[in-house]
Ligand binder design. Sequence first.
Ligand SMILES: [Zn+2]
Ligand SMILES: [Zn+2]
Length: 535
Amino acid sequence: MTGRTTRADRLAHPTTRDAIRAVAENHGACLHPIQLRRINTDTGQTDQVLIPCGATLASKCPPCAERAKVLRAAQCAEGWHLETEPIADPPPPDEVQAMWVEHRAQAQAMRDHAEAAGQDTAELDELIAELDQEIASSGLRGKADPARSRPRRHRSTRRRQDASDLPKRRISPRTIGKTYATKDGKTFRPSMFLTLTCPSYGRVGEDGIPADPDSYNYQRAARDALHFAALFDRFTQNLRRVLGYEVQYFATIEPQRRLAPHVHVAMRGTISRAELRQIIAATYHQVWWPSTNTVRFDGEYQPIWYEARGGYLDPATGELLPTWDEALDAIGDDDEPWHVVRFGSKFDAHGVLAGSKDSTRCIGYLTKYLTKQLGECHQPGTDAQREHVERLADALRYEPCSPTCANWLRYGIQPKNSRPGLVPGACQGKAHRYDHLGYAGRRVLVSRKWSGKTLADHRGDRQAWLTEMLGLPATDPARYRWEQVEPHDKDYLPSGRRLLRSVADRLQWENALNEARRRAQEALAAEVSANGRAA
Ligand SMILES: [Zn+2]
Ligand SMILES: [Zn+2]
């Protein structure tokens, strides 16, 4: 033994920094805590408080992402099998509210008369704005005239979606599914777990790789992914129309192995497979966008921004390109929609009972990939898989992702809200990014009356539980002022020290919680034995 170690030996030891991260992860301590200053406004005492970063992606902060996922699972579980309506019908307006609404109606009538008579409406508009404020502060939600001060585009509404041939029922305001009775008189109220997929773009193998990449319809796959959220929205509308009540759902969007999005849905109430098949077949979303069949600008030849006229022009002719509105107006009566999105005919549906193992399993399934971006869910392991990812990314590169997408310039159209610096193929929209696979919408779609609570309410529930469990006194928010500590502040903790503090805070919580649990168990045991002696 010489006591000498080689570079390789030394590098084989973990660094202290890595070890701290690993310990933090094991204990669920945030890796990037945010430092706040809590100032007691009575005494002036200042404490440094670290709060978790709250990331939802494991690539940013695994412990916070895990907590976010658990919270989503709790939200899902709470609404799925509800037996009573989560949101009570709001009461009728009180006297004060009714009074403001009456004033508002009269002011509107006066304003409309004045306008019709060609008089100045400025003063009445001011009065209306004040009345709207009174209405809001009286506790009413929403606006008396939502269209006010939002000038609408004067274009025909001809581009409506064609109506689907589904039975139409009046939608009753209930959100709870039906109950069923067994022969021996037990009743139960099943819910459902659904999975809806995109159609086929060409045959794929087990590994999600197209059997023939050249004939696989990457363009259709890209467009379907871009408009998948709108399609799901249509589906829920149709579901409600067919079932005749305000069906509630907790849905998550995930990629299949072939990298097409699919949606898992926890739905309150049930639907027969036959009805579901009918709804899926009749559900589609038409996208009425200008044609992208002809590439007008490519390579070096690109439209240029002309500041004086506030638009892009063709450098060859000096003519301004049609604006977004002009391009929309040019869509003719005989034109087809730019794209129609539909679901594939394959779907999965089964009933789930409250409190069953299956219910827990499905919730695990629903939330499984929420800590990952869509593109991270199935890491390509083979060359063929990498090529599949590349081909899809290529297809997404020049597809317009939205009316404001820079790619419209490629097809000779100024995007909506045009501004200088737009480059086709370099749109900043999320949909084009590798890790989004064309889907830029929200990953979790929850209907409004799912649990009657927002995610923040659910988080509050957990905090309240913890505070009670630990027997902490409720802190009076009025007594404290909070400030974020900035890197240039004297009391700013460098990241290494913040991470250590984050671990220490977490350990302290864990110990306190374990202690509280132990005491609760002892109390229970004492009660049981006392009852035993009394009997
Ligand atoms: Zn974090
Ligand atoms: Zn775009």
